[in-house]
Write a protein that binds this ligand. Structure first.
Ligand code: SF4
Length: 382
């Protein structure tokens, strides 16, 4: 039997950092010694080799190293990674190969090493371009660090992305000036702007007021639009042609393989999600993911929630192909009146999309659609 080609991505989680940032809620640790990194790296490479053997040639579209701070791994790890790809016959230039890096870890030498193993997209955790804000975030990089490394990164990588956090802390901040400084220094091709969510931890920095969040969001939108960036997902902006292939896999319901402590994977064909526990020791000892077959209603919700975050919106044909129902059957008159009639969303023959103003109300729109899904499933189950 012939099976359709399935775009597949691989995500490798490197849960190591040199120190913990004050805002961070990701799974990462500060390892006691380099032996832990070496053992972890060896496990990752062994699993990668195994997984590469399961992906049909041509299906792999992306390899993404995230963290944590992958840039804290030793050069030998990156060399072994490059060898694993070569041995598996992966034509690296044909896939998007991203490494996330902390600017404080980088040098011209480490950037050259990434480029030599085929990394063609560099994603830098810049977060801010104001020293007081960077200090409050607990970042190791300062403006001086950024000034030193960003132009070098720009020179060596044709696809450069920055992460920025806004809505952070009570200190007044001029995002327009911060972005202008960054773009003058080394203009990226892609920018992810994340609104700060306070971790559930004593002493975590406060969030900005609602008004400040809106002002900062608008400053980001104005600055990026003026630089011909498009908002292709709620938190993601890019120049045309530089949208992240890897992130699109998550939003488009494609297959992704997770490798590493805390990494997730998803098999859309079977509705299966798996996750490696948040434990470096367990991953080194015996990497064994927790596998979960998601109920149909959860899958429907996730499909809608993820697609709605994108500028393209929910593809109605794909939805009905996967779930066997037409999307317009789901939509209640209340949801239509609240979001379609008011201009927060549009419904065409092929897509349901949040409009620009609707992006600010995405949570309420998503919640209304969840209610519609639940109602539909209840009625049709009974
Ligand atoms: S470097 Fe990244 S993963 Fe590590 S503590 Fe900071 S934000 Fe978290």
């Amino acid at each position: 039997m012939k099976t359709a080609r399935a775009a597949t991505g691989i995500y490798i989680h490197v849960p190591f950092c040199v120190s913990r940032c004050t805002y961070c809620d990701f799974f990462s640790t500060v390892p006691e010694d380099d032996a832990i990194k070496a053992a972890y790296g060896a496990r990752v490479i062994a699993l990668l080799e195994r997984e590469l053997g399961t992906v049909r040639s041509g299906d792999l579209v992306s390899l993404y190293l995230g963290g944590g701070s992958p840039s804290t791994m030793p050069p030998s790890f990156f060399t072994a990674l490059g060898a694993a790809l070569r041995n598996a016959g992966i034509a690296v230039p044909a896939i998007e190969f991203t490494v996330e890096a902390n600017p404080a870890d980088l040098s011209a030498r480490s950037l050259d090493l990434f480029a030599a193993i085929g990394v063609n997209r560099l994603s830098l955790g810049v977060q801010a371009a104001d020293d007081a804000v960077l200090a409050a975030m607990g970042r190791r990089a300062t403006r001086a660090t950024l000034k030193k490394i960003l132009p070098t990164a720009r020179e060596k990588f044709g696809d450069l992305s920055y992460d920025i956090i806004y809505g952070f802390g009570k200190r007044p901040r001029d995002l327009t000036a911060e972005l202008a400084w960054l773009f003058d220094l080394a203009a990226p091709d892609h920018l992810s702007a994340y609104c700060y969510t306070r971790p559930h931890r004593r002493g975590a920095p406060p969030v900005a007021s609602e008004d400040t969040v809106v002002e900062e969001e608008e400053a980001i939108a104005r600055s990026l639009t003026a630089r011909r960036f498009s908002r292709y997902e709620v938190s993601n902006w890019s120049r045309r042609g530089f949208e992240s292939v890897h992130n699109r896999l998550y939003w488009s319901w494609d297959r992704y393989i997770g490798i590493g402590a805390g990494a997730h994977g998803f098999e859309p064909r079977d509705g299966i999600r798996y996750r490696y526990p948040d434990s470096v020791a367990a991953f080194i000892r015996r990497p064994s993911p927790i596998v979960e077959r998601l109920p149909r209603e959860t899958l429907m919700r996730e499909f809608v929630m993820l697609a709605l975050r994108t500028a393209e919106g929910v593809p109605l044909d794909k939805f009905s192909k996967i779930f066997g129902i037409s999307f317009s059957e789901l939509l209640s008159p209340v949801t239509r009146a609240r979001f379609l009639d008011t201009g927060y969303a549009t419904l065409s023959a092929t897509r349901l999309r949040a409009t620009r103003s609707g992006f600010s109300f995405l949570n309420t729109l998503t919640a209304a659609l969840f209610d519609d899904i639940e109602r539909h499933e209840r009625v049709h189950a009974g």
